[in-house]
Design a binder for this molecule. Sequence first.
Ligand SMILES: Nc1nc2c(ncn2[C@@H]2O[C@H](COP(=O)(O)OP(=O)(O)OP(=O)(O)O)[C@@H](O)[C@H]2O)c(=O)[nH]1
Ligand SMILES: [Mg+2]
Length: 412
Amino acid sequence: MSSPEPPSDTPNLTAVLLTPSGRGAVAVIRVHTAKPAHSDLPAKVVDASFVSVSGRSLSEQPVGRLCYGHWTGDSTSEDVVVCRTDESTVEVSCHGGRAAVNRILDSLKAEGVLIVDWQTQQATISSPFDRELAEATSQATTTRTAAMLLEQATGRLKDALTHLLELDLAEITPRLAELLTFSQLGLHLTQPWKIVIAGRPNVGKSTLINALLGFERAIVFDQPGTTRDVVTGMTAFDGWPFQLADTAGIRNTDDELEQAGIQRARRTVESADLVCLLLDTSCPPTAEDEELLAEFNGSKTDDVPPTIIVAHKADLPDQWAESNLDEAVRVSSATGRGVEKLISTIVETLIPKIPPTSTNIPVSHRQIQWLDKAWQAAKADDVALAKVAITNCLSGAVFVDEAAAARHGSHI
Ligand SMILES: Nc1nc2c(ncn2[C@@H]2O[C@H](COP(=O)(O)OP(=O)(O)OP(=O)(O)O)[C@@H](O)[C@H]2O)c(=O)[nH]1
Ligand SMILES: [Mg+2]
């Protein structure tokens, strides 16, 4: 078997464990060189330990061919499948246990390969734009969002933006508008939508968050004023990620500790994407309920997030018959009645339109800001400026809001 070139000449020959560390069925190690002149090296260092069942070395195999064989060590041998995934990259798939992975990484290291984390290797493989998308994909918390991010990361978004550069003004403007349609959803592919459960004390906020999360996250007690701090939990509905926040019951109180909790509750509401305002319809309406309803219900202003009114404790007789709660979702966390309906109302309110497969979606603030700038320029008939903004989006340039900077007197 031929020996690889001296390690000191190959500082860019790196190996990374692509699969999460720990026990798993299969682990994948990627060996790559960033130097085109040395593109044969990954196969050569693998050939130092790999013995194929076919008897042919990996270096003799074409790109894309899967080769089964053994990774030979001092006294052990691992079953592996290796493949040259492109001219300068080899992937080694082995048993997912730590021992097999460490043996392979150790022998690569002995051949002069630098063992790095995936972000470091990715930095040598891809452009800043590709890295931004790869990073976003790694932050996905559900299969649905991961699949959508992966679609953008594997060339969809880049191709769409590159194509825009070839278009004229009449074509570019509607395409940019289309691209921005799902920009808010794009941001939520990596960041959960924030839902706050609010209401006066004892209406069952903590009980509802537990029912929605499916486990006892918050303390439930039959005395008002139980929850003092904001208690959050992560979940997914229909494959979309959500952060739920239980808050202190809102009421007028002289208790300083409770007041601090109420202030936090209000701040959490301000930064929420959606509020579920709970009313306990098993008791007649109180002045506090009325105040909260007036504040949230139907206000639909920019200051107040969209609100779903929840008529809670619906397992008990309704004491709000006289009130107009037609739009409220009737829920009993005690029996589970209405919980599914509430979940579907939440999803429909926050994600009224689901992007069809093959939709181009920007996924970061930076991308959206450049595309918005391009759209503004296109609307003002400045196609050259629009294309500069698209080019900046593709190059990974940081977005600088020049108008805002000028307002603050700074020079860029
Ligand atoms: N019958 C009935 N009782 C409920 C329901 N949900 C909650 N409760 C009861 O209402 C009481 C208060 O529940 P919590 O969830 O602690 O209420 P909260 O709104 O979080 O109260 P604070 O934290 O004090 O603001 C408890 O005794 C619960 O068992 C329900 O759907 N039906
Ligand atoms: Mg509570």
